[in-house]
Design a protein around this ligand. Structure first.
Ligand SMILES: Nc1nc2c(ncn2[C@@H]2O[C@H](COP(=O)(O)OP(=O)(O)OP(=O)(O)O)[C@@H](O)[C@H]2O)c(=O)[nH]1
Ligand SMILES: [Mg+2]
Ligand SMILES: [Zn+2]
Length: 302
């Protein structure tokens, strides 16, 4: 009889799953599961799987994957393959530091789109607030003020706003993503010291993180509460999107796009475009719109 469990991490072809009874079992996956894939990354952290395991086995065998209710996927640009970073998650915490490494709006914009496309609720977490002045921080987050996404300020130097983060994590599955060195693992250690996750320095010379977390891992922090820490990302290619359907997933632009005169308006230079109009009269933040144009340019025209 097959049992079920949740994938908590994957290392070199082995999957670790947490059974419904609370045991951790090391598993291999049945070869046939990967029949249609060039890469065996079809099973992701957070997936619910069925597996076979008996006491005499060293490792279990994953025999099936349940349909996902949500996912965070990216496109490995160059090889054009879907990489599911996490499956069945409720919250995406988009973690960005005020500096060291520098704040990258393009990455945040892409993660907001991926969250919407994958049915995940995003929250922007600004870390290292101790390194910048309130005025500098305000300027960084200005484009995101009106997009109906919570923005939480955090620093390892104080406990301010910790409760807001704990409220998000309560009774849910959450994944943290962002560049290397922004402080994803540090944030988790601050809130849950027992996790004791390894953290690494950011280079003074290059302001880059040292890619300390090397694989995604799910941590159970309470009954029904799980957190997935992930390795830092350099690039985030959008999966399964072309420039024609970008607007429906892009914050705020999706709310205006149905008012455009042209049915297939892509909100770049078409006449009578409600989006461009909204940018002109300040209803859509200019930088947020510039982010749209930049992603639009980078996507394929199908
Ligand atoms: N000043 C300051 N430094 C911080 C803060 N949070 C984290 N750091 C430092 O930033 C560095 C990187 O932290 P990590 O937690 O390893 O970052 P990460 O996002 O997990 O990085 P990867 O695992 O490489 O993706 C460490 O030296 C931390 O001590 C903060 O709020 N303020
Ligand atoms: Mg880390
Ligand atoms: Zn338009």
């Amino acid at each position: 009889m097959a049992k079920t469990g949740i994938i908590t991490k994957r290392i070199k072809g082995f999957y670790y799953l947490l059974t419904d009874e609370g045991e951790t079992i090391e598993c291999k996956a049945k070869g046939l599961l990967f029949k249609n894939s060039r890469f065996d990354n079809q099973i992701a952290v957070g997936d619910r799987v069925s597996f076979l395991f008996s006491e005499k086995d060293d490792v279990g065998l994953i025999t099936g994957i349940e349909n996902r209710r949500s996912f965070l996927s990216r496109n490995r640009v160059g090889i054009e393959v879907e990489q599911v970073i996490a499956a069945n998650v409720d919250n995406l915490l988009i973690v960005a530091s005020t500096q060291k490494p520098p704040f990258r709006t393009n990455l945040i914009n892409r993660l907001l789109v991926a969250a919407k496309a994958g049915n995940v609720k995003p929250t922007i977490v600004i870390t290292k607030t101790d390194l910048s002045s309130p005025k500098e921080i305000e300027a960084l987050i200005d484009p995101y003020k009106d997009i109906q996404c919570d923005i939480i300020f955090s620093t390892t130097k104080s406990a301010e706003n910790d409760q807001r983060l704990l409220d998000i994590f309560h009774d849910s599955v959450s994944v943290l993503t962002g560049q290397s060195g922004v402080g994803k693992s540090s944030l988790l250690n601050k809130l849950f010291p027992n996790l004791n996750i390894k953290v690494g320095a950011v280079s003074d010379k290059t302001s880059k993180g040292s890619h300390t977390t090397t694989f995604a891992a799910m941590h159970k922090i309470a009954e029904n509460s799980y957190i997935i820490d992930t390795p830092g990302i350099r690039e985030f290619g959008l999966w399964n999107l072309d420039n024609k359907n970008l607007a429906q997933f892009y914050p705020i632009i999706c709310d205006f796009s149905y008012q455009c005169k042209h049915r297939n308006c892509q909100h770049i230079q078409e006449p009578n475009c409600a989006v461009q109009e909204a940018v002109k009269n300040g209803k859509i933040h200019k930088k947020l719109y510039q982010g749209y144009v930049s992603i639009h340019d980078s996507l394929k025209n199908s």
